[in-house]
Design a protein around this ligand. Structure first.
Ligand code: FAD
Length: 389
């Protein structure tokens, strides 16, 4: 007998969906979160695709800060390309209020029957006789609990993977460095997300503005430290000083995004990793909420099957690898390759591509159209990219 069937470490979007899914299947689930409040501090620009999000949770205006209709992408010379929300990818659709959203997901897990404990950290893991002994620290007190399966949803700083023998090491060049300000007293369209790309603004990444209602917006930057000439904050401060001289900063977020393109395998005996712990954020956009939720769901389902079969071996849990790979594994791989090419692209090329797309109507935009435009104008670039699109 074990204390639990499944212990989920970390109550971000990945962990809460994993706990909810496993509990709905009737498993005995514990969800632990090291912070005293779920959802804070927020380390996110809070943009998600509507369509993907709604597969997991009914939209609720308490945690929707803005609904987005289109994205404006600015090249280094500020040529504007306009995309409809869903075509712009993961980062537009809704801008969330993650403080409330993350808590809502944890509440759904609890409603499904999972036990939720905050201010409780996992501090060590060992396996014995086919089960896991997980050491946890809660309000200064350490205890050991037993479980058949651990789902590591402990974000970019994941320790569960290392304890379980999964190599989660991120090399320099695989972590995007991000800084974000919540700003007021600035002007923007409240149904548009803004992106500024190219080395001039953000080497290896981009600057974003995601509205949160009419009077505040997340203004942030992600850069690749391997090619940046200064710190992310310095690029952002230069930008903000020029664009929003009267803006006020009311909140600061600093964080890293794993952009390695996902682990080869996110399982070992008794253990599965989900979300940022498994490096599932998109290498181009840095968006990780949806893949965290998807992987949480697949891990929850696989945990249920493992408990039914009484088989918690890595060999059985490979089913989880198969599921996430089938869903978004190829996209992660492809986007990693595209990101590597984008890192080498100079500002002039960004400008030329933007010029060729400028003024194109939203409904005319498609990947095929984009490829044709690039082919017509920049055959060399097309040959570089053709195997990736
Ligand atoms: P997290 O949300 O990081 O949750 C992990 C949880 O585990 C945390 O609550 C942590 O406290 C807890 N934890 C860690 N260790 C332990 C432990 N030992 N014991 C117990 N609990 C533990 N993604 C998007 O989709 N859209 C965006 O606009 C976007 N913008 C971003 C902007 C910035 C500046 C950054 C840094 C990231 C952004 N991301 C964005 C990425 C997104 O925030 C993550 O991909 C997403 O939160 C991953 O979810 P997760 O559940 O895997 O991990």
């Amino acid at each position: 007998m074990t204390d639990y069937d499944v212990v989920v470490v970390g109550a971000g979007p990945g962990g809460s969906i994993a706990a909810k899914t496993a509990a709905e299947k009737g498993l005995d689930v514990l969800l632990i979160e090291k912070r005293q409040e779920i959802g804070v501090p927020v380390r996110c620009a809070e943009g998600v695709s509507k369509e993907d999000l709604e597969k997991f949770v009914e939209p609720d205006k308490r945690w929707i800060a803005a609904e987005i209709e289109k994205a404006w992408i600015f090249s280094p010379d500020e040529t504007k390309v306009e995309l409809s929300a869903e075509k712009a990818g993961n980062e537009v659709g809704y801008v969330l209020e993650r403080k409330i959203f993350d808590r809502h997901l944890a509440r759904l897990a609890s409603k499904a029957g999972a036990e939720v404990r905050v201010k409780t950290s996992a501090v060590g893991l060992k396996r014995e006789n086919g089960i896991v002994k997980l050491k946890i620290r809660s309000l200064g007190k350490e205890e050991e609990i037993t479980t058949k399966i651990v789902i590591g949803a402990d974000g970019i700083e994941s320790k569960v993977g290392k304890w379980a023998g999964i190599d989660t090491t991120l090399k320099l060049g695989e972590i995007e460095s991000c800084v974000q300000y919540l700003m007021t007293n600035i002007e923007f369209e409240s149904d548009v997300t803004y992106f500024w790309v190219g080395k001039r603004f953000a080497p290896g990444g981009y600057i974003w503005l995601f509205p949160k209602g009419d009077d505040a917006a997340n203004v942030g930057i992600g850069v690749m430290p391997s090619i940046a000439e200064k710190k992310a904050k310095e690029y952002l401060d230069d930008f903000v000083r020029k664009k929003f001289p009267d803006g006020e900063i009311v909140e600061v977020v600093v964080g890293g995004v794993p952009v390695s393109g996902g682990l080869k395998s996110a399982v070992s005996d008794n253990v599965m990793l989900v979300g940022d712990a498994a490096r599932f954020a998109d290498p181009i956009t840095g968006g990780g909420i949806i893949n965290a939720m998807k992987s949480g769901y697949y891990a929850g389902i696989t945990a249920y099957e493992a408990v039914v079969e009484e088989d918690y071996s890595a060999k059985f849990l490979k089913k989880y690898d198969e599921r996430w790979k089938k869903d978004f594994g190829k996209k992660l791989e492809r986007n990693k390759k595209i990101q590597e090419k984008l890192l080498k692209m100079d500002d002039e090329t960004f400008n030329k591509i933007a010029k060729s797309l400028e003024g194109m109507r939203i409904e005319e935009f498609s990947v095929k159209r984009l490829v044709l435009e690039i082919f017509k104008k920049y055959p060399k670039l097309f040959w570089d990219m053709k195997d990736l699109i």
